[in-house]
Design a binder for this molecule. Structure first.
Ligand SMILES: [Zn+2]
Length: 322
């Protein structure tokens, strides 16, 4: 059988996505981009909190220009939901007083930030608009272990940043606005987009971590990619769809692993099980080899994700997708 090889990861995805700025509540903004990484911003009385930073300062500046049509308050806090390059390397554009993350995220940047930068640049070059504008790794200047509450001033209530357990990475946090019941969930929840789980803790994520995300009782949820979930039914559907993606992988990869099969067997069974429901979503083909590889490692008893390098990315892709 002869088939054209699939282009590596998202390297052939060069189509520009449409960006939409939405106002979710008074002073609460989200930017979605048809499956590209989402962003958020929250107004305090005399300052802004921004959530996520895109892959480069040039890309981030385009988002800030849109945000500036709504508010000219200075950015006091830039919140990083996790360490992935396409979420953090645009940070310098914000001129934030404080860059906030979990302690775990700070450690991951030190441990594997450079390799992750090179890996993600190879996988998703389109997101790295003018890559030479990146001044270096992004370093958080304020970290917390479990929870950090920021008072927004006036009658704006507070913003709660919380590490709700290991999931998409070891250090993901969510941003919760109790007053407007808006949750920025980062990559812990994807609404109508495929999951990247190459650095994940699948078992924790699908159980306690998603339970804690659901327990906020959000009425609007902004996930890492994809559409905003509006209303409790859509929020619950986005969370349960994320869980279903993970539990399907548990079944197929676990079955192949227990049967003494190969990683390739696990990949093919997982692809067959997920493609009918999720195959048309952004980055499905891109993510799946890395996802299955990490879950295979978890079934093999490897506690923490093996660091992805540009070279290891190509090896796994070659083994599974070509
Ligand atoms: Zn991520």
């Amino acid at each position: 059988m002869s088939m054209a090889a699939k282009p590596f990861a998202s390297s052939a995805d060069l189509g520009v996505k449409e960006r939409t700025l939405e106002v979710l509540a008074d002073g609460v903004y989200a930017l979605t981009a048809e499956g590209d990484p989402n962003l958020g911003a929250i107004e305090g009385e005399d300052f802004l909190v921004c959530f996520e930073a895109l892959a480069t300062p040039v890309a981030a500046r385009r988002w800030l220009a849109e945000l500036r049509t709504h508010t000219d308050k200075p950015v006091r806090y830039l919140v990083l939901s996790h360490y992935h390059a396409v979420r953090v390397l645009g940070a310098s554009a914000f001129d934030a007083e404080v860059v906030v993350s979990s302690e775990q995220t700070q450690r991951l940047i030190a441990e594997r930030g450079q390799q992750d930068w090179e890996s993600e640049y190879g996988r998703m070059p389109r997101l790295f608009e003018e890559p030479e504008s990146i001044p270096g790794l992004t370093w958080p200047t304020m970290t917390f272990r479990d929870k950090l509450t920021i008072s927004l001033g006036g009658d704006r209530g507070e913003l709660v940043l919380e590490h709700v357990g290991r999931g998409h990475t070891e250090g993901d946090i969510v941003a919760w606005l109790p007053k407007s019941k808006v949750l920025f969930a980062g990559d812990l929840v994807e609404s109508q987009a495929a999951l990247y789980t190459g650095d994940a803790f699948h078992f924790d994520w699908a159980a306690g971590t998603l339970d804690r995300v659901a327990a906020f009782g959000a009425e609007q949820l902004v996930g890492g990619r994809g559409a905003i979930a509006r209303g409790r039914a859509e929020v619950d559907a986005a969370i349960e769809q994320t869980r279903a993606f993970l539990t399907t992988m548990h079944d197929t990869v676990g079955t192949a692993h227990r049967a003494g099969g190969t990683l390739k067997d696990a990949f093919e069974a997982t692809h067959a099980a997920l493609a009918p429901k999720f195959g048309h979503w952004p980055i499905f083909e891109h993510c799946l080899p890395f996802d299955v590889s990490r879950l295979w490692d978890e079934f093999s008893g490897i506690e923490r994700p093996v660091i992805w390098t540009a070279e290891r990315d190509r090896q796994v892709w070659e083994e599974l997708q070509s």
